[in-house]
Structures are given as C-alpha cells and as structure tokens.
Design a protein around this ligand. Structure first.
Ligand SMILES: NC(=O)c1ccc[n+]([C@@H]2O[C@H](COP(=O)([O-])OP(=O)(O)OC[C@H]3O[C@@H](n4cnc5c(N)ncnc54)[C@H](O)[C@@H]3O)[C@@H](O)[C@H]2O)c1
Length: 437
C-alpha cells in the first residue's frame, strides 16, 4: 500500500482522500484552508456528498486519513502527491491555474530535502501543456531531475458530483499521461482494484480529454433540449423521440462520425438538417445549435482552402469527388464545393475518383455526370498515376487504398490527407500532412 498526499481538499480532493484510503492507502491531505484541514483531521468530509461520510469515517477510524497545513510534511510523508486544486475560469474564459502552480512550486521546494522518488499526479482539469510546465517548475524549485528523482503524471478525474464516490470507485476509464514508465507502473497498481480500463496516452491528450468530454456533455444537454423545444411545438413526446434515438447504437450512440476529418455532405445529412431547422423556424423555436451546424461545416471547407493557400502550391489534384468512398453519389459533396472554390481562386485542378470512373463507363452514369458536373468532367483523370504527373499537391477527400503507395512513390508531391488514411507507413513521411490531427 502507498503513502499518498492530496493537495486541495474540495470535492475532488475530499472524495479522493476517502476513496484512496478505502483502497487501503495511507492518505495525508493538504489545503491552504485551515478549516478543511481540521475537518479531515477529525474524519469529517469537507463537502456534502452521497456515501462520502461513511467511507471517510471508516478509513479515519482505521488511522488511514490525516491532514496537515504543512506542504513539507505532506510531501515527506508520501511518495505520491495528487493535485486536486481548483482551476476556475478566469474572466477571459481560460482556466486559472495560478493556485495549482502555487501548490506545485511548494511541492518542488519540499522535494529539495527528499531523497526518494516522488510522483506528482495532476488530477485537476488543466490546459494542455500543464504537465510540461509543472515538470519545469519542479526541476527548478527542487534542484532535482525529472525521470530520475520525480515524475509528473496527468490523470484527469471523471467523477460527477452527487455520484462522486461510486464514480471514483468505478470510473468509465482511467487515463494516465506521463513520459515516465516507472510512475505509470506505480499508478497502474494504485488503480488496479477499480477494474476500469487503464489507458496510457501522451500527457497533452490526457489533459485535453476533460475539456472534450465536458464540452460534449454540455452539447448533449443543449441538443436534447432543442429537440425537446421543437417536439413540444409539434405535439410530439420528445422523451419518446430521444429514447428511440438512444436505441440506435450503430450510428447515434457509437464511435461512428466521431473522427476529425473532412466536412460532411451527401444526400441526407445536409437535407434533413435543413428540414429540421425549417420546422423549428416555422414554429418560432430558436435552435442556435441546430442552426449553426451547417455554418460549422462550411467553415471546415474554408479551413482546407486556407491551408492550401498557405502551402502555396497552385497545381492541385483531388482524390475523391463523391461525398464518400464506395459510391458515385455527388449530391451535396463537400469535395465538389472544395474543387469549385479552388477553381474560383485560380488554382489549376485535376481530379481522380475511382467510383466516378466506373460510373462514366455506364451510359446513364455518363449522362448523369454530364448533367451534374459538366464543368468538372474535363478535369477527371483515368488513373491516380496520370493525376500525379500533372499536380504538385494532392488533397485526399476519401479513403482510397491506392493512396498510401502513391505517397511512398512520389516524395516530391505534397499530400494533404483530409480523412486520415490510417496508414502508419505514410504518416511519418515528410510529404504527408494530416489535415486536423
Ligand atoms: N467538482 C467536480 O465534479 C470535478 C470533477 C472532475 C474534475 N474536477 C476538477 O478538479 C479540480 C478541483 O475541483 P473541485 O471541484 O474539487 O474544486 P474545489 O474548489 O471544491 O476545491 C479546490 C481546493 O483547492 C484548495 N486550494 C487552493 N489553492 C491551493 C493550494 N495552493 N494548495 C492546496 N490547496 C489549494 C482550495 O482551498 C479548495 O479546497 C478542478 O480542476 C476541477 O475542474 C472537478
């Protein structure tokens, strides 16, 4: 069992103190607030929260919980320090990490007189890059070396207030981000009894995931409420609608669509989103989230155009013109919008699309193409090789198994991948660029 110090005895720190002691560890709390230190010393939680009283009382009776107002004492009596200090919004929206860094500086000073390896775990929600800055501060204040005398691990807390104890003891996942294998191994051991999936990621991924999670949770609430507002006007039970929505675990509650890549298009998403916005508008329901989705999608196409302008190459190949791979459907294709915008800006364009070439061989397919994209038809190439000979920058808008080999065979041509081909053999090549990852 480990000796653990907890810095910050608010919601996260108080629950962490009680639950880590429940797992059998000896926990010493530290806070700048003397009242909280005094509460913990008496085995009284600093917060009102389901189950926490009993868990803390039991561990305190067993002599596993104490608290101190001395940073030196907290550090010297532990081998792992969990940072649970508050990071509220500053007036401009950014998270204010000043209290957290204050605590880190104090831990650094306390480490000066420590000879054993110490792990600093960042539990607080922090901006990406905090792990790196914390490591620099600790090195400076302690005069010790990261990786040898101490290590910093990013380990975001996922608990929900009201369910905090049960969430701590059964987290959805456990995320660890650190450059230090020894620290990761020790923390794996701490979390092992919780039986959750322990996932190791780079520190910046561990840091941003809380922002992503909570922003998505907020989006879910606001989306459901917009659907509720529209349904109410139409005399439809929104709960029945959303219950049904949640039954689709293939497309709705699933990893599907959650891949940063290119803009959406096609015959259904743009059409039905417009249709729902019309229903809302015609019933005087303001739905800012639904109303802004199309704008967000257009902005994403604009980002590609901006990047192409930045790269500065004027002869461009586009691989994939249909709205997604495996179809000849051109309706509302984002790649067509991209091609048209590039032509409008005077770029020279060539296009290769395997599925359009198949469609071109059929007489009705040829007629359809002449009707839909008469202006782009003359730009179509028969093979990727013929495209490559005429361009210096290639935009990949659909997953195509022919592309990785093209990237390898043509080091002088820049490839901007808009969909992530997910081919590790090309991702590190200097002529390959991922668009939004
Ligand atoms: N509350 C939640 O449900 C929740 C869930 C997950 C993550 N988080 C994140 O965890 C962090 C803590 O949140 P919280 O709700 O427990 O905050 P809180 O405000 O309840 O507690 C923060 C504690 O830090 C103490 N503190 C301030 N400066 C200090 C210092 N220099 N040294 C030691 N202690 C210091 C404060 O006195 C306070 O007791 C935040 O980053 C928050 O975003 C919170």
């Amino acid at each position: 069992m480990a000796n653990i110090s907890i810095f910050g005895l608010g919601y996260v720190g108080c629950v962490g103190t009680a639950c880590l002691a429940k797992l059998g560890h000896k926990v010493i709390g530290y806070d700048i607030d003397e009242t909280k230190v005094s509460c913990i010393n008496q085995g009284i939680p600093t917060i009102v929260e389901r189950e926490v009283d009993e868990v803390m009382k039991e561990a305190h009776t067993q002599g596993l919980i104490s608290a101190t107002s001395s940073t030196e004492q907290a550090v010297s009596k532990s081998s792992i320090s969990f940072l649970c200090v508050g990071t509220p919004n500053a007036s401009d929206g950014q998270l204010d990490t000043s209290c957290l860094f204050h605590a880190i500086r104090n831990i650094g000073k306390a480490l000066r007189s420590k000879s054993t390896f110490h792990i600093v775990v960042i539990r607080s929600t922090v901006p990406p890059g905090t792990n790196e800055t914390a490591t620099e501060i600790l090195e400076k204040e302690s005069g010790k070396k990261a990786g040898i005398n101490f290590a910093v691990v990013s380990n975001p807390e996922f608990l929900r207030e009201g369910m905090a104890v049960s969430d701590f003891l059964a987290p959805p996942i456990t995320v660890l981000g650190s450059a230090n294998p020894q620290a990761l191994k020790i923390l794996r051991k701490i979390y092992e009894p919780l039986n959750s999936n322990i996932i190791e990621v780079p520190p910046k991924v561990a840091e941003i995931i809380k922002f992503v999670n909570n922003s998505y949770h907020a989006l879910k609430v606001a989306f459901a409420n917009e659907i509720g507002a529209v349904c109410k006007k139409l005399d439809i039970d929104s709960h029945q609608v959303m219950d049904l929505f949640c039954q689709d675990t293939q497309l709705n509650l699933s990893p599907y669509y959650f891949k940063p890549g290119f803009a959406y298009g096609g015959s259904c998403l743009p059409k039905d989103l417009k249709g729902l916005n019309y229903l809302a508008k015609s019933n005087q329901v303001d739905v800012p989230i639904l109303a802004s989705v199309e704008h967000s999608n257009s902005l994403h196409i604009q980002r590609v155009l901006d990047r192409v302008q930045e790269i500065g190459i004027r002869s461009i190949g586009i691989i994939g013109l249909t709205f997604k791979a495996g179809t000849d459907d051109l309706r509302n294709s984002a790649a067509i919008r991209l091609a048209e915008s590039l032509i409008g800006k005077g770029f020279s364009i060539r296009i290769y699309d395997r599925f359009l070439n198949i469609a071109r061989e059929k007489s009705d397919g040829k007629k359809e193409l002449s009707h839909r994209i008469p202006h782009l038809l003359p730009l179509l190439e028969e093979t990727p090789e013929s495209l490559i000979q005429k361009v210096s920058l290639v935009l990949v808008t659909v997953r195509n198994s022919e592309v990785p080999q093209l990237i390898i065979n043509n080091p002088g041509i820049h490839f901007l991948d808009l969909v992530r081909l997910k081919d590790s053999s090309v991702e590190s090549m200097p002529n390959y660029e991922g668009f939004c990852w």
